[in-house]
Write a protein that binds this ligand. Structure first.
Ligand code: SF4
Ligand code: SF4
Length: 223
C-alpha cells in the first residue's frame, strides 16, 4: 500500500491562504489504512483548520467528503457536485488522487494535505515500513523474498556492506535490520545459499523511475 502522513498544519494553512469555503476530500483506501487520510482524519483536519481560522478571525466553511478510492475517476465522480461547488479542494489522498482531481476539474485549485512516502507494509499498530521501491524488475525470487533495493539502506546488489554488525544496518542499528543478513538467513533456510555466490551484475535502472514516467499497458484488457 502507499504510505503517507499528514503535512504540518501550518503548511496546510499557508496553502489555504484566505480561503473561506473549503472542501476536504479523503480516500478510503491506502491512506485510510495508514491513518492519514480516511474519514476520521478528514474530520480531525477540518476541526484543526476551523479552530486555526477562528483564532485568526477568519472563519471558514468546510465540507467533508471521503471517496472510496481517489485514484479512480468513477469514485471521484460520485462527489462531483461537491467539487463543482467549491473553488478550493484539499485532498487527503496520495499524489495520484490529488492529480486526478486536478485533471478532471481543470479550473479548481487542488492542494495536497498529505506527504506520500513509500510503498510499504503495516508491521504493527502505527508502524509501516518501506518494502518495495517499484524498481520495475522484481527480483524477489532470487533473494528469498526480501528486497535488497528497498530494504538495504544502500540498495546494494551484492551485500552485505562492511557496516553490517550483528544483523543490524550501520545506518541505524537500533531500528534497521541489515537486509542482506535477512536475505542470507532466508536463503539458508531455503537451502539456496549457493545462489548468493553469484556476483550480481550492474542493475539496469531503465525499468525504474530513471526512465521517466512509467506506464503499464495491458492490451488484453483494453476495450
Ligand atoms: S525488487 Fe524491485 S519491484 Fe521487487 S520488491 Fe524490490 S523494489 Fe519492488
Ligand atoms: S548494513 Fe546491510 S542494510 Fe545496511 S547498508 Fe550495509 S548491507 Fe545494506
Amino acid at each position: 500500500m502507499i504510505v503517507a502522513d499528514r503535512k504540518p498544519i501550518q503548511e496546510i494553512l499557508d496553502m489555504l491562504g484566505d480561503c473561506e469555503k473549503l472542501l476536504i476530500v479523503g480516500c478510503n483506501a491506502c491512506v485510510a489504512i495508514c491513518m492519514a487520510g480516511g474519514e476520521k482524519e478528514v474530520s480531525e483536519l477540518a476541526s484543526l483548520v476551523k479552530i486555526a481560522k477562528k483564532k485568526q478571525g477568519k472563519p471558514i466553511e468546510i465540507t467533508e467528503q471521503v471517496t472510496e478510492r481517489q485514484c479512480e475517476e468513477e469514485f471521484v465522480k460520485e462527489i462531483e457536485s461537491e467539487i463543482k461547488g467549491h473553488d478550493i479542494i484539499l485532498s487527503m489522498a496520495c499524489g495520484i488522487g490529488v492529480q486526478l482531481i486536478a485533471k478532471m476539474y481543470e479550473g479548481k485549485l487542488v492542494y495536497p494535505a498529505l506527504n506520500p512516502k513509500f510503498m510499504g507494509l503495516p508491521e504493527e499498530q502505527g508502524q509501516w515500513t518501506e518494502t518495495c521501491a517499484g524498481c520495475g524488475d522484481c527480483r524477489l525470487a532470487d533473494f528469498g523474498g526480501i528486497c535488497h533495493i528497498a530494504r538495504c539502506s544502500k540498495s546494494l546488489l551484492n551485500g552485505p556492506c562492511g557496516g553490517s554488525v550483528d544483523g543490524k544496518c550501520e545506518v541505524d542499528p537500533d531500528n534497521i535490520d541489515c537486509a542482506w543478513q535477512l536475505i542470507y538467513d532466508r536463503m539458508k533456510l531455503l537451502g539456496q545459499l549457493d545462489k548468493l555466490l553469484k556476483i550480481e551484475p550492474a542493475k539496469s535502472w531503465k525499468t525504474s523511475r530513471d526512465g521517466g514516467p512509467r506506464k503499464v499497458i495491458r492490451q488484453d484488457v483494453r476495450e
